[in-house]
Design a protein around this ligand. Structure first.
Ligand SMILES: [Zn+2]
Length: 928
């Protein structure tokens, strides 16, 4: 404040500045839930039904085992050196307040707890929490213990304590030192986004150079030597004209630097905060990843002006935090679906607006009628997706009225996704619905009905629905002007996520273009840039993602949402979504802003900043992998597990490139970590595609194989990467045929330590051994076999049992191996008995049974199609030897499909729902 006083004396006019003392506690945390919502969804809770909010008071009931309510505060754009926290609490029992700071990529050790006074009366509590400069979020939590005891909280204030201005490296605007960041005071959304813009500018400049430029809110013209003016204040102060503003498209920004001042304006959605990022980018300050800030030695910007109209106005990476730093659209533009019980942009929201439990008793007619004429019914223990009778006008009316109530509570939001429950083929089949047209027509007519009612209240806000499950464009409906349609390039018409333009995606392109012809102004996309089954797969799809994003941008799609493209999280323990994730997340956004960028050049620029001296090698690796996918026309869908991409040759070549890369960055831990984390995907996939478990590693390759497992374990342990998505114990068993203990995280298992020490010795000594001694001989259960597809199955039986499904060999899931260790050779004949069942289709599956290299059976499977039976195979005398014996069962059923002859989805082209068989227990009768 003294600084303002001095300024006012020097300048000789009264200051109307207001110091920014923003309460970071969102008022929404204490507002009553929406009228139809029973739980308090805006808090992260232990037991939400024991939490309530009334008249601004949060009440937490302990239940029997204690209870808690928490908030995660994003510190994405924060300069805080401490937080002054205050609240009133009321409790008569043991209760506490705790906090901890978190970072996506590393462990931070800063947390604390305070007991709350148990006086039974309202008490004011104040704390100062010292902040960690590098923290990305702060979790605040209230706990209460005791038996059904309440804790009440109100008037929570979280006030940032600014750091002292270290005064180094002043920020020079057109030759003058910037004195303040100014925005127009107000309580509306415009002021909210202007303030956000100010915070972005302040935080990134401070994080780069340690100089704190004060933020001031004012409503009248000010006169400073040099300042950055935002939004209305830029207009008031003559830096931005109406004509400048008229050039802005949706989501766009404009800035001008002149006479020592800068002005920034933008258009929603998110244009003003985006303007801060683009202005700073012009100064050389930008985030390369969620946590890595790039900045120049000197902070300065000369006289200039720039208009940035992003080709795609709304760019969102669904459920992935800290994306605003990279220039994805401000999250506040999306109405906070958490209040409804869906996450911020959760797409299946209608079931939260018109809940089944609330209405199905009195109004069963609101819900879908199936083909047999039965109304939607919840069956215990089964997945339940809510679908509606879309011709019922009441449903649309309720949904729209509730959307209006919801949006009234979300004044800063401009958009929300609406769609019925998940799952295809569940549309209402009542006569009124059927006569409206195709499922796609019906969905658009229904969404239009909701949009029409909603738009009466909010003519400027947008709703987004999906072209999902029923992706074909409607023949008899055109979307409402406030309804965007997000096309989903996904099964059933988009089958190949490696190559954008290919036969497998032809139907998808046709549908997407059909929608564009129908409604060019309403187009959006819900895109799938990652593999949802194997996080550690390399998933070499950058070219396909680039092509799609460039296409969306060239066609000026209104919105593009990525289905969860993840950067590293969980303090580094959860790996990012596949190879080159940081680069993909960064560059795809730049492509959606401007599809004309020279992508090859941008990749080089990114890699230089990200990998330093290892950039040339990493580029070579990137190119080699993309070349492999293109050359082999790799055809894989984002939900389909397929083995064999990493051939032995590819693994040898690419791992050699990594050896070179590591040499380049040996002395730099930051670059080395990035290179090694990248290598982990390649190792994982290579060790899954070529492993002891699938019989692809011969005796001469074993030492190299063991070394690679050792390297995989070493890198994962070094960076504490615990999450593999697949179960680590299962993975090590299936691939390396070793049994880990139950140690969590897996890399702390003693066997892993032994492998890191001496992989060949540790792996050589571990014998696959799952045999159990029985009176008749030996039993090996399905979970003791290696390979095939694991399932807990009730197929044709009453009780669930662990089984192995062997699909046709092209699936990569057609082989199972069992090992039996014998103390001595068997001179008598023995019997191998395998419990199994053939698939339900007319034709039998074929199999080959091999024991120690000798084929025992080759032909149709011996089992029937309706019941599980144990079928016996004679083992000739002398075939089972002392020591390890290998039994291999292979599915040998030939594919019938021809490449490119597609049905409705990838299973139709390579439909693995025929030609399979299952096995469970395998027995060896020693003295039959
Ligand atoms: Zn109906």
């Amino acid at each position: 404040m003294w600084k303002n006083l001095i300024l006012s004396v020097v300048l000789g006019f009264p200051l109307t500045f207001q110091a920014m003392e923003e309460n970071l506690a969102d008022p929404q945390w204490f507002t009553n839930p929406l009228s139809w919502c029973s739980g308090v969804n805006q808090w992260i809770t232990g037991t939400s039904k024991d939490i309530s909010i009334h008249n601004g008071i949060l009440r937490i009931l302990s239940g029997k085992n204690g209870n808690w309510a928490a908030q995660n505060l994003s510190l994405e754009f924060s300069v805080a050196t401490a937080f002054n926290i205050s609240f009133y609490c009321k409790t008569a029992t043991k209760a506490s307040f705790t906090w901890n700071f978190a970072h996506q990529e590393k462990r931070l050790s800063s947390s604390g707890a305070k007991q709350l006074p148990a006086t039974g009366d309202w008490q004011l509590v104040t704390y100062r929490i010292p902040a960690l400069a590098e923290a990305m979020s702060l979790r605040l939590s209230f706990q209460v213990y005791g038996n059904n005891a309440p804790l009440e909280i109100r008037d929570l204030k979280i006030i940032t304590v600014d750091p002292p201005d270290e005064g180094r490296n002043p920020f020079r605007i057109d030759g003058k030192t910037c004195e303040a960041i100014i925005y127009s005071r107000g309580a509306d959304a415009e002021a909210f986004y202007d303030r956000k813009c100010a915070r972005i500018l302040q935080a990134m400049i401070y994080q780069a150079h340690g100089n704190l430029i004060p933020i001031r809110a004012t409503s009248v013209p000010v006169k400073l030597n040099s300042a950055i003016y935002i939004g209305k204040s830029a207009e008031v102060n003559g830096l931005i004209t109406r004509s400048d503003i008229s050039k802005l498209n949706d989501g766009g920004c404009f800035f001008r630097v002149r006479n020592g001042n800068a002005g920034i304006v933008g258009k929603r959605p998110g244009g003003v905060p985006f303007g801060a990022l683009e202005f700073l980018r012009q100064c050389g300050i930008f985030y390369l990843t969620q946590s890595k800030l790039i900045y120049p030695d000197k902070l300065a910007i000369d006289s200039m002006e720039k208009l940035v109209n992003p080709a795609v106005a709304l760019r969102n990476n669904v459920e992935v935090p800290f994306m605003e730093r990279l220039g994805y659209t401000d999250m506040n533009e999306f109405a906070n679906g958490r209040k409804l019980g869906v996450y911020r942009e959760g797409v299946h929201s209608i079931p939260k607006l018109v809940p089944y439990d609330e209405f199905h008793g009195e109004h069963p007619e609101y819900f879908a009628l199936d083909k047999e004429g039965k109304r939607l019914l919840r069956l215990p223990g089964q997945r339940f997706d809510v679908h509606y009778c879309v011709s019922n006008e009441e449903v649309a009316r309720i949904a729209a009225a509730r959307l209006v109530e919801f949006f009234k509570s979300e004044p800063n939001a401009g958009v929300f996704c609406i769609y019925a429950g998940d799952g295809g083929g569940k549309e209402c089949c009542c006569p009124n619905c059927l006569k409206l047209g195709s499922p796609s027509t019906r969905n658009i007519l229904w969404m239009n009905a909701i949009s029409t009612l909603f738009s009466k209240e909010f003519p400027d806000k947008k709703l987004i629905t999906l072209a999902y499950a029923t992706t074909s464009p409607p023949a008899k409906a055109v979307p409402h002007h406030n309804l965007y349609v997000a096309y989903c390039p996904y099964d059933t018409s988009w089958l190949n996520h490696f190559i954008a333009h290919c036969k497998e995606n032809e139907a998808g392109w046709q549908e997407m273009k059909g929608w564009e012809t129908l409604a060019p102004e309403n187009m959006a996309a819900f895109s799938y840039p990652v593999f949802y089954r194997e996080r550690l797969n390399t998933w070499t799809v950058f070219p396909q993602n680039y092509e799609l994003c460039r296409y969306f941008a060239e066609k000026n799609y209104r919105a593009v949402m990525f289905c969860g493209y993840r950067a590293t999280y969980g303090a580094g323990g959860y790996p990012a979504s596949h190879s080159f994730a940081d680069m993909g997340i960064y560059l795809l956004n730049r492509v959606m802003i401007d599809p004309r960028i020279d992508i090859s050049r941008e990749i080089d620029v990114f890699m230089k900043l990200y990998y330093g001296p290892a950039a040339p090698q990493m580029r070579q690796y990137f190119n080699r992998m993309n070349q492999e996918a293109a050359y082999r026309k790799w055809d894989q869908n984002c939900e389909r597990i397929l083995r064999g991409f990493i051939t032995k040759e590819l693994a040898d070549q690419t791992l050699a490139i990594f050896s070179e890369a590591e040499k380049q960055v040996k002395g730099n831990p930051e670059y080395l970590e990035r290179v090694e984390r990248e290598k982990l995907y390649l190792l994982w996939q290579s060790l899954t595609d070529n492993c002891r478990g699938n019989g692809k590693i011969g005796p001469t390759e074993f030492s190299q194989y063991a070394e690679r497992i050792g390297e995989f374990c070493r890198v994962a342990a070094r960076y504490k990467i615990a999450y593999m998505q697949v179960n680590p114990r299962q993975w090590f068993w299936e691939t390396a045929v070793i049994k880990l203990g139950n140690t969590i995280p897996w890399f702390n298992d003693p066997l892993i330590h032994a492998i890191i020490q001496n992989p060949q010795k540790a792996l050589g000594e571990s014998i696959p051994n799952a045999q159990q001694k029985m009176a008749y001989g030996w039993l090996i259960q399905a979970q003791g076999a290696v390979g095939g597809e694991n399932a807990q199955s009730t197929w044709k039986r009453k009780k669930t049992k662990h089984v192995k499904i062997l699909r046709r060999p092209s699936s990569g899931l057609g082989q199972v191996q069992l090992s039996v260790r014998l103390a001595q050779a068997l001179t008598d004949k023995a019997i191998l008995a395998v419990e199994g069942i053939d698939n339900e289709k007319t034709d039998p599956a074929f199999m080959r049974l091999i024991i120690n290299g000798k084929t025992i059976h080759d032909g149709p499977v011996p089992w029937g199609k309706n019941v599980w039976t144990e079928e016996k195979f004679e083992i000739p005398p002398g075939l089972l030897v002392k020591g390890d014996n290998t039994i291999t069962i292979l599915n040998t059923t030939a594919d019938k499909e021809k490449d490119g002859v597609g049905g409705i989805n990838y299973q139709a082209k390579r439909n693995y729902y025929w030609g399979w068989f299952m096995i469970s227990d395998t027995k060896i009768y020693l003295h039959p």
